[in-house]
Every structure is written in structure tokens, then in C-alpha cells.
Write a protein that binds this ligand. Structure first.
Ligand code: HBI
Length: 105
């Protein structure tokens, strides 16, 4: 049973993500990724589609040429859950370096 993320657990989960921010008018998170061109952006989207099926969790996707915005929330709880955090981390692993956390020392 998935639960809505609230309180300290929610705060910690959001702190652990890189480049994701809370959507203003609903309980969801968003991040924009940047690519050289449409083909690269679409390659990323194809990989996200496979990831979404693997996680049984599906993002909202907005694409304009070389830019991809992803919004994550969990329908089942009408808000943010651990499932969104896990998918956000997995999507980041597919992202170009410029949109990822800098590697540690
Ligand atoms: N994707 N974003 C999102 N939120 C869900 O609650 C969700 C999903 N994909 C599949 C899914 N739930 C299934 O577990 C069923 O609830 C349909």
C-alpha cells in the first residue's frame, strides 16, 4: 500500500533529489531536462517509457524540441509518494550529465 509522503520523510526525500522542485498548484514534483536536439530528447523519452513500465509508475511528459519536462505524482494517493522519488532517481540516471548531480570527490 503506497502512502502519501508528508512531514519529515517528505522533506528528507525532496532534499535527496537533484534539480526537482515542487509544483505550485498541486502535490507533485517537476524537472526539466535539456538536450542537443529533438532526436536526443526523444531517445531519453523512449528510455523513460521502458523505465516507467518497469516501475509500474508513469510520469507526465511535456516535450518541446530539445527540452523535456517531467512531472511526477501518484494517482493512487493524489500526491507525492516514495514511488515518485524512486522514479525521479532512476530518470536522473538516464539524464545527460548537465542535468545530473555532480559526482562526488
Ligand atoms: N503512475 N503516476 C502514476 N501514479 C499511479 O498511481 C500509478 C501509475 N502507474 C500505474 C499505477 N499507478 C498502477 O499501480 C495502478 O494503480 C493503475
Amino acid at each position: 500500500m503506497v502512502e502519501r509522503l508528508v512531514g519529515a520523510a517528505r522533506h528528507a526525500a525532496l532534499q535527496g533529489l537533484h534539480g526537482w522542485s515542487e509544483v505550485e498548484d498541486r502535490d507533485a514534483i517537476r524537472k526539466t531536462y535539456h538536450f542537443s536536439d529533438f532526436s536526443e530528447a526523444w531517445g531519453f523519452l523512449s528510455r523513460i517509457a521502458l523505465l516507467a513500465e518497469k516501475h509500474d509508475h508513469h510520469p507526465e511528459i511535456f516535450n518541446v524540441y530539445n527540452r523535456v519536462e517531467i512531472i511526477l505524482s501518484t494517482h493512487d494517493v493524489e500526491g507525492l509518494s516514495e514511488r515518485d522519488v524512486r522514479l525521479a532517481e532512476a530518470i536522473d540516471e538516464l539524464a545527460p550529465l548537465r542535468d545530473r548531480r555532480a559526482p562526488g570527490p
